[in-house]
Design a protein around this ligand. Structure first.
Ligand code: PHE
Length: 341
């Protein structure tokens, strides 16, 4: 009787094992067979119907059946754990061959690109970098540069005044003064930075960038200037351009020159870019005026030097064929993303 009952129960359990697919069904399975009121637990109550002498034997059989059922449950439980893990792995699988979402990468601003290139060229010639203050005093921006008070040359640059005698530097030339005040020649410095003038149209912005160069030593001449500037324009524009010096005027240089580069667009034959002249004006320069050297405690009878001031926006516009300076300040990403360093 008991044996048959157990055999039937075992068969029922085995049949049900095949139907269990998940944790919930596994829990129900355990309740049905091995819980307090589970079929195998209830078998013990059958002992009542067994004679006293058969009882130990019957108890053993029931216990074995229960152990067997527990082993079945354990196997099933391991199987379900594996199935669930496999399902979880499938759910969380990452297809590493899928293309990723591209995040736009930032780039250097064209002004920064050109400034860095210029620094590279001059650093290769042994120049050091000096950065002066953007808020200057009248003395460093004008007076020490041989532009006395009420001198008409002050009108060449429309100045933003911050206070009496304090202004936003109108050029990087005060950097020359600050360097020479701080040390004796030999001097070979580059002063890149922002400058400010009350001026605004397609080719002027109230804030723009310059790069000052200053070389002071014994026996420095305009030939040294031109040799260095030839190397500079060749590095920035193209290998076969050259420079030309034209007389000009700056209060702080004597003689003063405007420097032209031979047109890199037409090779000097004449085109719209160079307005048919074959030459493009790129910067101002000259031999440092002896008054300027004197103002800084450098003996003009022992030392001489040259200085140049390059407009970084101008070089950038020429190099990339940009026809409106506004593009350099609007920061429109469609414009900026065209530049690679
Ligand atoms: N400081 C001058 C300007 O801003 C440029 C310059 C610099 C000219 C050095 C000569 C020498 O126009």
């Amino acid at each position: 009787m008991l044996k048959e009952k157990i055999a039937a129960l075992n068969a029922q359990l085995e049949a049900e094992v095949a139907t269990v697919q998940n944790k919930e069904q596994l829990a129900a399975f355990w309740q049905a067979y091995l819980g307090k009121k589970g079929a195998y637990s209830l078998l013990m109550s059958e002992l009542r119907n067994v004679s006293a002498e058969d009882r130990p034997m019957a108890g053993k059989v029931i216990n074995e059946a229960k152990k067997w059922a527990e082993a079945q449950y354990q196997d099933l439980s391991d199987k379900i754990a594996q199935i669930e893990l496999a399902a979880q792995n499938a759910r969380e699988a990452v297809d590493i061959t899928m293309p990723s979402t591209r995040r736009p990468a930032g780039r250097l601003h064209p002004i920064t690109i050109v400034k860095d290139q210029m620094v590279d060229v001059f650093a290769g010639m042994g120049f050091e970098i000096y950065e002066g203050p953007e808020i200057e005093d009248d003395y460093h921006n004008f007076t020490s540069l041989n532009v006395p008070k009420n001198h008409p040359a002050r009108d060449m640059q429309d100045t933003f005044y911050v206070a009496d005698e304090i202004l936003l530097r109108t050029h990087t030339s005060p950097g020359q003064i600050r360097v020479m005040e701080g040390k004796q020649p030999p001097i070979k410095v580059l002063v890149p930075g922002r400058v400010f003038r009350s001026d605004s149209d397609a080719t002027h912005s109230p804030m723009f960038h310059q790069m000052e160069g200053l070389v002071v030593d014994k026996g420095i001449t305009l030939c040294d200037l031109q040799g260095m500037l030839d190397k500079f324009v060749q590095a920035i524009f193209s290998g076969d351009v050259k420079t030309r010096l034209r007389p000009s005027f700056f209060p702080f240089t004597e003689p003063s020159v405007e420097v032209d580069v031979s047109c890199f667009e037409c090779g000097g034959k004449g085109c719209p870019l160079c307005k048919g002249t074959g030459w493009i004006e790129v910067l101002g320069a000259g031999v440092v005026h002896r008054h300027v050297l004197e103002n800084c405690g450098v003996d003009p009878d022992v030392y001489s030097g040259f200085a140049f001031g390059i407009g970084i926006e101008r070089i950038t516009m020429l190099k990339y064929g940009i026809n409106n300076m506004g593009y350099l300040f609007e920061n429109d990403v469609r414009f900026l993303k065209q530049f690679k360093d």
